[in-house]
Design a protein around this ligand. Sequence first.
Ligand code: GLU
Ligand code: ZN
Length: 312
Amino acid sequence: MTPIGRLAPSPTGAQHVGNARTYLVAWLMTRSHNGVVRLRIEDIDSPRIKAGAAEQAAEDLHWLGLDWDGVPVTQTDRLPLYEAALEQLKRQERVYPCTCTRSDIAAAASAPHIGQEGPPYPGTCAHRTVADALSLVADGKPFAWRFRVTESPTFTDLYAGEQHIDLEILGGDFVVWKSAGTPAYQLAVVVDDAEMGITEVVRGDDLIPSTPRQLLLYRALGLTPPVFAHVPLVVGEDGRRLAKRHGDTRLSTLRESGVTAETLVGLLAWSCGWVEEAQPIRARELLPLFRLSVIPSRPFVLTAETLRRIEN
Ligand code: GLU
Ligand code: ZN
């Protein structure tokens, strides 16, 4: 079977060194097995989408030496697909309308288990049925659709091994359709990965808590899940996920300041343990050197010193 992988940038901002490392791993994983790579622009999170960021992301990927097959897929062109999936969940009563606001949820939650995604949903609206949505619509009350979480599936990550998130910290019933009338990430990503025939998903390990939820959606929708490989992120010297406070690590900025793709790819390849030294190298030259298992399990710390070094 030909593996089918994907690069899935969110055009909510510029792509930075951290994103580049994950894309490089994803591309090498699929291409090193002569697989098909698809590009998907994850632009359903509309308030946060920046104009031109999708084109910029494609340009950044090209600059890195990563390519893809076929035409890119854009989530905002695919709303009917997500709507059909929501309808399917409604027919099964797997979802219910939720009128809670963020502050309602924060107020109802007891402090102990605040996960990465904020306080767990306390189940305030779980007594509702799908039919209750009609009266909410009639009353002009905005609501989201939440998926009923019954268990937390265990999965075997190709990189990180056996993964299990306790049901209590998974965060409870989650939103699949926002009150703004758009699909939530969890639903869109499952519908897309299934529809595009994706067989392997390589992404940052910050998304591990999303995977059990996505597996529940695959099951509920009768779809076959891909295999997952969640890889460590790039962090700053303070150990926190790469962000503005760590300096400007946007790929477009590095490019403008004269950093070559080969220099950056060399640094990333070294950080992944595929080469002994951070020497300039092209992405495709890494194809025979790629090994998922040798990527260090600690996040890669991008120091200000390293950043300065590649800029010179
Ligand atoms: N669009 C997401 C991101 O850029 C990736 C989601 C995924 O790989 O499932 O973080
Ligand atoms: Zn609610």
